[in-house]
Design a protein around this ligand. Structure first.
Ligand code: HEC
Length: 117
């Protein structure tokens, strides 16, 4: 599952490389609070979007907490995963600012690196 996504996300990244990720790299003031509101309204039917470490919402869909804590998770990778619509996801169109906010919210759920890294 992760491998399949990695492939698709890599493809999507080529598409967004000059767009969103540039905006993300230069992100000025992203707003995780707004990202959370967007997540609650658009994403919570499938994903657990709060900070609880619980992994499973419906079937085997990852929680945002577990997505944030995947090894080597990056803002760019998330941008690819979100922009390139996944099969069961409603075709959501974000502005760059909204996308940045959602990503900054998801990344805010990342736990501190374990000491024994
Ligand atoms: C209709 C159900 C559904 C909705 C709504 C939905 N998702 Fe997903 N999402 C999935 C499924 C299914 C997967 C793939 C399985 C998985 O990664 O757990 C997925 C995967 C993802 C991934 C990739 C995880 C990874 O690292 O591989 C991200 C990021 C993501 N969703 C973000 C979002 C965001 C942001 C929203 C709201 C705008 C959203 N999703 C709304 C079903 C949904």
């Amino acid at each position: 599952m992760i491998d399949r996504w990695a492939t698709r996300v890599t493809t999507a990244l080529v598409v967004v490389a000059l767009g969103a990720s540039t905006a993300l790299a230069q992100s000025v003031a992203s707003d995780p609070g707004r990202g959370r509101e967007i997540s609650e309204s658009l994403c919570s039917t499938c994903h657990i979007v709060d900070a609880s470490p619980g992994n499973i919402a419906k079937s085997d869909i990852s929680s945002f907490h577990s997505i944030a804590n995947k090894p080597n998770q990056t803002q760019e990778r998330l941008a690819g995963a979100i922009i390139f619509p996944h099969p069961a996801m409603p075709n959501v169109s974000f502005t760059n600012a909204e996308l940045r906010d959602v990503i900054s919210y998801i990344m805010s759920l990342k736990s501190p690196e374990p000491a024994s890294k």
